[in-house]
Design a protein around this ligand. Structure first.
Ligand code: IMP
Length: 427
């Protein structure tokens, strides 16, 4: 019953696509359990590069069944265009399963996301503008539209009416926008129904049966720990639970079924959108990390904010997710620095603080306390084992492991599938 959760240990974009894809060959099911097309994975297979937003990375591994769980929010137009894009490149997508309980991101959710951000002005979250927050808000407010609703026209009509009742008042009276017609939305949604039908399934039943049959199931988190609605840097977060518990609710499996929780950890730190980021760099080092690491959003094309590794955050991720392992990514990006600063604690109002402060105001004022680690200049992209790494790179990894509180079981030394050092097997 090997059930693994793979999630971002920082603010997302840690390189999960590479990790899921690496495991993909030996995994029977890859399941997304939260988020939507706000995520972005780049997966490199041979000389082909794939950018996935909504589909689980396992879609690229023949033999693996990709699953969109009940906790995901699905924009049908994005899903269908992602599928046809892959089909045009010869990728077989016929095994995909979508939970009938997953919620749909409607066109009005996207409109509301954009209008709300504009109204927030300088207080904006910096969302991806994909309608994620409004779709989850509708879910919690019990006016959401689910995938299964596409197959009952009268229910769909009633639900869209209920959802637009209040929204149209807000759009017209508060935001000075035109009202959205119920018929237009219903027609649009019904237009997707037939194309999606072959994929819709009772994914909770299928996944639990798979676990009973000893299949390997990988739960793939979107975004990252610090973007979690409960455990992240609220309100500068996404509207779902990327942390490990989210895999249980978002896929319908009990916590006793999860055997391993792997945190993807970048060898430095990045963040997209607004919100606190203690180790952020505004100098040429930050620019160099962005350039060498290719730190530009797969989904939005926005430049990522870059900074040094933050061990306080890594320790926090270990705790809130119950991490059993780390997958350290992009170590090669740090090649060439004479010394590499690592944040080991914060200074807040003159006091040294070792753990993430629970108070948002304190976190906003946190100044990083750095320890300098010696760098390396050798090319590490061909390293196959830990021993192949230069001594200073080995020491950097060991120091991170000690500070972060879980073993580093794999290290990424380049973007390609094969450019990974496996220390402990994940299966
Ligand atoms: P939303 O998820 O579009 O609502 O955006 C909320 C916040 O999460 C913003 O700061 C986004 O930049 C951030 N965000 C959402 N998805 C990702 C991701 O996949 N990687 C990194 N940041 C993300």
């Amino acid at each position: 019953m090997p059930a693994l959760v793979l999630l971002g240990a920082q603010w997302g974009d840690e390189g999960k696509g590479k990790a899921t894809d690496l495991l993909g060959g030996s995994v029977d099911y890859v399941v997304r359990y939260q988020g939507g097309n706000n995520a972005g994975h780049t997966v490199v297979v041979g000389d082909q590069k794939y950018a996935l937003h909504l589909l689980p990375s396992g879609i690229l591994s023949p033999g693996c069944t990709p699953v969109i769980g009940n906790g995901v929010v699905v924009d049908p137009s994005v899903l269908l265009s992602e599928l046809s894009g892959l089909n045009e490149r010869g990728v077989d997508t016929s095994k995909l399963l979508i939970s009938g309980n997953a919620h749909i991101i409607t066109s009005y959710n996207v409109t509301v996301d954009k209008v709300t951000e504009r109204f927030l002005g300088k207080r904006k979250i910096g969302t991806t503008g994909r309608g994620i927050g409004p779709a989850y808000a509708d879910k919690i407010n019990r006016v959401g539209i689910r995938v299964q609703d596409l197959y009952d026209e009268s229910i769909l009509q009633q639900k869209v009416e209920a959802a637009l009742d209040v929204k149209n008042q807000i759009l017209t009276k508060l935001y000075n926008r035109r009202a959205i017609a119920v018929e237009q939305v219903v027609g649009e949604l019904l237009g997707y129904a037939e194309q999606l039908k072959p994929y819709v399934a009772d994914t909770v039943l299928i996944l639990n049966q798979a676990l009973e049959d000893d299949k390997v199931v990988l739960f793939e988190g979107g975004q990252g720990t610090l973007l979690d609605i409960d455990h992240g840097t609220y309100p500068f977060v996404t509207s779902s639970n990327p942390t490990a518990g989210g895999a249980c609710t978002g896929a319908g499996v009990g916590p006793t079924k999860i055997s391993r929780v792997i945190g993807i950890l970048k060898a430095y730190t990045t963040r997209v959108g607004a919100g606190p980021f203690p180790t952020e760099l505004f100098d040429e080092d930050g620019e160099a990390l962005r350039r060498i690491g290719g730190e530009r959003g797969v989904t939005t094309g926005r430049d990522r904010r870059c900074g040094w590794f933050d061990a306080v955050i890594a320790r926090y991720a270990t705790r809130v997710n119950g991490l059993t392992d780390f997958f350290l990514t992009k170590l090669d990006v740090l090649t060439g620095w004479e010394e590499i600063p690592v944040c080991v604690a914060y200074e807040i109002d003159g006091k040294r603080v070792e753990e993430l402060p629970y108070s948002q105001s304190d976190f906003h004022h946190a100044k990083p306390v750095y320890e300098m680690l010696p760098g390396w200049s050798e090319d590490i992209s061909k390293a196959k084992t830990f021993a192949d790494l230069p001594k200073n790179a080995q020491d950097y990894v060991k120091a991170l492991e000690e500070m972060s509180g879980a073993p580093i079981s794999a290290i990424g030394v380049g973007p390609g599938r094969e450019e990974t050092i496996e220390i402990n097997s994940f299966l």
